[in-house]
Design a binder for this molecule. Structure first.
Ligand code: SF4
Length: 615
């Protein structure tokens, strides 16, 4: 077998049994790797209706065939499980060096089953795989514990960890790696915590076989040079995704004060330029990446020196804009707090913003906040709320379940401004003047997330008040972008440096020895998209009549955005006054379902499933 390591590692944390199994050709042919492997394993192996935080759930860590190879940015890794945030399929992608290291140790994928009776970590050094006691690490912050474990095991180990939020099963806890990289979305850190699994430490010294190594070397060299010569290369190297902050504010798409507005006053104070001048001390890259979009920063707060990777754009949007933390020191500190507690900055920022709006509207009062002001812009309030959440203390325990559950319990109209879709808090784009972006959020298979289809540029290109025809580009992107999560590469070299998509099937062909085309990869991606939809439908229909999804069976209502986006206009900034009507939302959904070969309730037709080899 070329490019793949050829083995799956299965770890049962209940009984301590560790086994390996060969990677099957069928899995490779139909699901490629990464997100494709994870979706297939979870669909086949999880019974509908299981508790995402119970031992029946499984946590999958899957690399792709291009991870660890000589080509631009083959360092991406997928974590996946049934999500505690959405009660459906959840995955999240992380960069860093763990995907490559896992393959060098001899494994394409690890599957964690059951739950350990006490805190443990997994130790992997090539064929030596052991479950070790993690009592001494339990309670440590995610950044701290990675450093302590590297000191204990050897700095060359690549480590994924959780912080206190994961231990306490906060439903938006993340899995952390490489001092500031996170598999942030869908609460997979809580799944790890529910298994009493504090960390996964991997060291590998094996090599991978390549079908045509000379050709891969040639292609790799050519594409690295292309990336470095692109005019946007320097901006990306200087600022990373923080360069998007100014643009997003100018477009009126920067979520501000819990998505009430699309632009933060004085947004320049948290821009990439300010970071370059004031905080960035070094660049950080994932395995094999020429862009190094990670910005390692140093700042002082309360007389103490801190280091943090970021803030990258999403963190700037959800903590900087949405909580209105409008200066670079406080924003960096908010980023640090989340990273150390092991909280996804997107959902975390969104939850704090929701709580601040509840306070602003008098829905929550000082009786609820312990006498404190929870005002927008107050970093002390942000820190207090995050600490309560991570410890599940007082009101923090309610907020730790995410804005959907919290708003349903708090009531008083707060459901309307709980900015989530399918239970996952919406990421960094206010979309009332960006219908394609809104549709992308509505139909994303893990809930309100942007990375499956970053469609806002399409809105800007073809018209921000145009609704008809938007679904075509959204679907195209929903197939193209997840290909990267399947092959194990970062997509930013394509998105930002215009690396031709046709390089990727070439990489696949010369690495694996099998012939690939981009169209073929798109078909595989569409298969995975429909499989995760089937997963969701199965969960909803299984839970019908129970409180899990409000008792209802699956239908198009699950794809609607929060009421704020169709009942309230944007209050300020360049998109002031914008709104998308319910009629236009339905128009876009009708068009989207039809183009996908789904029925009016958003269920894949038998013909579509047969076409994709899913029926
Ligand atoms: Fe990692 Fe950024 Fe490079 Fe992508 S562009 S591989 S996220 S460093």
């Amino acid at each position: 077998m070329f490019a793949y390591a050829g083995k799956i590692l299965r770890i049962n944390l209940t009984n301590g049994k560790i086994t390996t199994e060969p990677l099957s050709e069928k899995l490779i042919n139909d699901y490629v790797g990464g997100r494709g492997f994870a979706a297939k394993i979870l669909y086949d192996e999880l019974k509908p209706g299981i508790d995402p935080l119970g031992p029946e759930n499984k946590l999958v860590m899957a690399s792709g065939p291009l991870a660890g190879l000589f080509l631009p940015a083959g360092g991406k890794l997928t974590f996946a499980a049934k999500s505690p945030a959405t009660n459906s399929y959840g995955d999240s992608n992380v960069g860093g060096h763990l995907a490559a290291e896992m393959k060098f140790a001899g494994y394409d994928m690890m599957i964690f089953e059951g739950a350990s009776p006490k805190p443990v970590f997994l130790y992997v050094f090539n064929d030596k795989v052991e479950i070790h006691d993690a009592q001494k690490y339990w309670g440590m912050g995610a950044l701290t514990v990675e450093d302590v474990m590297k000191n204990d095991l050897g700095r060359e180990f690549e480590i994924a960890t959780i912080g206190p939020a994961g231990e306490n099963k906060v439903k938006f806890a993340c899995i952390s790696h490489d001092f500031g990289r996170q598999a942030g979305r869908t609460g997979l850190g809580a799944v790890m915590g529910s298994k009493n699994l504090k960390a996964i430490a991997v060291k590998g010294t094996k090599s991978l076989k390549i079908a045509e190594p000379d050709k891969l070397l040639e292609l790799g060299r050519e594409t690295f040079i292309k990336c470095a010569k692109h005019p946007a290369y320097k901006v990306w190297l200087d600022q990373g995704t923080a360069g998007v902050t100014v643009w997003s504010n100018q477009q009126g798409s920067f979520p501000t004060r819990n998505f009430q507005s699309g632009s933060l006053e004085n947004y320049e104070k948290i821009s990439g330029d300010v970071m370059v001048k004031e905080t960035i001390v070094n660049n950080k890259a994932c395995f094999g990446c020429p862009m190094a979009c990670g910005k390692y920063a140093k700042f002082n707060k309360n007389g103490k020196e801190y280091f943090v990777e970021g803030p990258e754009y999403e963190t700037a949007a959800l903590i900087g804009g949405d909580c209105a933390i409008g200066n670079i020191t406080d924003l960096s500190y908010g980023n640090y707090i989340c990273d150390e507690l092991g909280i996804d900055t997107i959902s975390g920022g969104n939850v704090v913003a929701f709580a601040m709006e509840c306070y602003e509207k008098g829905i929550l009062t000082k009786k609820d906040t312990g006498g404190k002001d929870w005002k927008f812009g107050d970093i002390n309030a942000f820190e207090q709320i995050m600490n309560l959440i991570s410890r599940r203390e007082g009101l923090g325990s309610l907020l730790a379940d995410g804005v959907k559950v919290a708003s349903e319990k708090i009531g008083k109209g707060s459901e309307k401004f709980a900015m989530q879709i399918k239970g996952l808090e919406i990421s960094g784009y206010e979309s009332r003047k960006a219908p394609a972006m809104m549709l992308a959020y509505m139909t994303c298979d893990i809930g309100g997330h942007h990375n499956r289809a970053w469609a806002i540029t399409h809105d800007i290109q073809v018209g921000r008040d145009v609704f008809k025809g938007k679904s075509k580009r959204v679907i195209e992107l929903q197939h193209i972008r997840p290909v990267f999560d399947m092959i194990g590469c970062c997509r930013l070299q394509w998105v930002e440096l215009e690396l031709d998509l046709n390089y990727y099937p070439q990489f696949m062909t010369v690495s694996t020895g099998n012939k690939y085309t981009f169209d073929g990869l798109l078909k595989d991606s569409e298969r995975v998209w429909n499989l995760t939809r089937l997963f969701m439908i199965r969960e909803y229909n299984h839970a019908k009549g129970t409180p899990t999804f409000g008792g209802k069976e699956f239908g198009r209502y699950v794809d609607y955005p929060p009421a704020r986006w169709y009942e309230e206009t944007v209050v300020s900034g360049p998109t002031k006054g914008s709104i998308v009507s319910k009629e236009n939302i339905d128009l876009m959904l009708d068009e989207y379902y039809l183009a996908r070969g789904w029925d009016r309730e958003g269920r894949p037709s038998q013909e579509k499933l047969k076409e994709l080899k899913l029926a």
